[in-house]
Design a binder for this molecule. Structure first.
Ligand code: PAF
Length: 282
C-alpha cells in the first residue's frame, strides 16, 4: 500500500491512476477502522481497480465542546487492517495542510443540514461537506463509499454531488452491527461496561419502531413516544432526538406514512452520543 502525506503527492498518484485508465474507489474515514469501514472497502475493491482510503480526523466537523481531541486514534492498527483488505493507497493529510492559515471556503447543503443531527451539532455537516469536497478534489475518485449508519450524511453528500455536478458515483454501504445489534462506531470504544450493555437498547428501539410501523394503525407520534420510553428506561441513556422522515430525502412525513420511512435517533449513553437508524418500507 502506498502512503501519501501530502496533497501534491496524492493528487499526482490519482492523476497517474486516471491516465492509466484505472478506476478509483475511495473510502474517506476518520480512522479507528472497524468492520463498517472494511465492508465499504470490500465493495470498492469489487467495483474498482484502485482502493484509496483517507484517514483524517476533520476538526471542522467538531464543535469546540465536542470530542475532536479525544476521538479514538490507532494508526498502526488501521494501517494493518488496510493492508489486509488490500487498499492500494492511503492518504493521511495534516490539519495544517487541509486548513492552512487564512482558510475561508465552506460548502453547505441548505435545509438538509439543519435537521436531525444538524440541530444539536450545527457545525457537523458544513464540516463534512467541505472536507469531502476537498478530499474528492484531491483523490478524484470515480466512486466514493459511505455508510448507512450516517444516513443523514449519506443523503446530504448525494445531494451535494448532484447539485455541484460532480462526476462521482456515491455508493451507500449497509449499516454493520455487532452480534447483539449495536451499530458499529468508533465512538463505541468510549462506553463503559454498563453503558455498552444499555447501548443495545438503540437497536431494540428501532426494531420496536419497525414492528409498530408494519402493524399499521398506530400513528407516528405514539410510535415515537413508545420508542423514547423504551430507551429512557435504561439508567445511562438520554435521548437527543428520535424522528421519522422520508428515507429518500428526509422530507417531513404524516401520522400514517407510506413508502420508505427512516427512523433515526441520537442518544447519549453516558457522555457518548450514538446515532442509529433503520429504514422501513410500507
Ligand atoms: O463519516 C465519517 O467518518 C466522516 O464524516 C467523513 C465522511 C470521513 C468526513 O470527515
Amino acid at each position: 500500500m502506498l502512503l501519501f502525506d501530502t496533497i501534491f503527492d496524492m493528487q499526482g498518484q490519482s492523476e497517474k491512476y486516471r491516465s492509466q485508465g484505472r478506476k478509483i474507489g475511495f473510502v474517506p474515514t476518520m480512522g479507528f477502522l472497524h468492520e463498517g469501514h472494511l465492508s465499504l472497502m470490500r465493495i470498492a475493491k469489487e467495483k474498482c481497480d484502485e482502493l484509496v482510503v483517507s484517514i483524517f480526523v476533520n476538526p471542522s466537523q467538531f464543535a469546540p465542546n465536542e470530542d475532536f481531541s479525544s476521538y479514538p486514534r490507532n494508526f498502526q492498527r488501521d494501517i494493518q487492517l488496510l493492508e489486509e483488505v488490500g487498499a492500494t493507497a492511503l492518504f493521511m493529510p495534516t490539519q495544517e495542510m487541509m486548513y492552512p492559515k487564512g482558510y475561508k471556503t465552506w460548502v453547505h447543503v441548505e435545509k438538509l443540514d439543519t435537521k436531525l443531527c444538524g440541530i444539536s451539532r450545527p457545525h457537523l455537516f458544513q464540516g463534512v461537506t467541505t472536507v469531502v469536497n476537498k478530499l474528492f478534489n484531491i483523490v478524484r475518485p470515480h466512486i466514493a463509499l459511505f455508510g448507512q449508519k450516517d444516513a443523514q450524511q449519506a443523503i446530504i453528500i448525494k445531494k451535494m454531488v448532484v447539485d455541484l455536478n460532480m462526476n462521482i458515483e456515491i455508493v451507500i454501504g449497509q449499516l454493520i452491527r455487532e452480534t447483539d445489534g449495536l451499530a458499529m462506531s468508533s465512538r463505541n470504544s468510549y462506553l463503559s461496561e454498563e453503558e455498552r450493555r444499555d447501548a443495545v437498547v438503540l437497536y431494540q428501539a428501532l426494531q420496536l419502531g419497525k414492528r409498530r410501523l408494519m402493524e399499521a394503525g398506530m400513528g407516528k407520534t405514539k410510535i415515537l413516544s413508545e420508542i423514547r420510553q423504551l430507551i429512557e428506561a435504561k439508567p445511562t441513556t438520554r435521548v437527543d432526538y428520535i424522528e421519522m422522515h422520508s428515507a429518500k430525502n428526509l422530507a417531513e412525513i404524516g401520522e400514517h406514512p407510506q413508502g420508505d420511512i427512516l427512523i433515526a435517533l441520537a442518544v447519549f449513553v453516558g457522555n457518548t452520543r450514538l446515532i442509529d437508524n433503520i429504514t422501513v418500507s410500507i
